[in-house]
Design a protein around this ligand. Structure first.
Ligand SMILES: [Zn+2]
Length: 125
């Protein structure tokens, strides 16, 4: 489990590479948008978040297990992260943005990630 939470994480770099290879261009970490999305496709009004399973509490994911010590601390902290994600995505959607979340654990399958990226980015509004 990685306890380091950062922009430009390895999962995020993987997604950026995949999107770039599909021929899409994007901006990074737009702080003017709710939640500061990792990849921003302004003209298409789409954003992608790349979420670490631990920090963002991926449901029923083995990478999202809560540490055995200081359980209450972690539960409160991680749950507040999750709620913040929900709020941010709701705000983005209300402002007309389409939102895709790619989870760290999903990056094990490049084919699946490519499929999801293409479907999300190709879709006509
Ligand atoms: Zn996961």
């Amino acid at each position: 489990m990685s306890l380091v939470r950062s922009k430009n994480s390895r999962p995020e770099l993987k997604v950026r590479k995949a999107v770039f290879a599909l021929g899409y261009r994007f901006r990074l970490h737009d702080r003017t948008l709710a939640g500061c999305p990792d990849l921003v496709f302004k003209k298409a009004r789409r954003v992608i978040f790349v979420h670490g399973c631990f920090w963002h509490r991926h449901g029923r994911c083995s990478l999202a297990r809560v540490p055995k010590s200081r359980v209450n601390f972690w539960l409160a902290k991680l749950e507040s992260n999750r709620l913040r994600d929900v709020t941010n995505q709701r705000r983005l959607k209300a402002a007309g943005w389409k939102v895709l979340t790619i989870w760290e654990c999903q990056l094990k399958s490049a084919a699946l990630v490519n499929y999801r990226l293409r479907r999300f980015l190709d879709a006509k509004r």
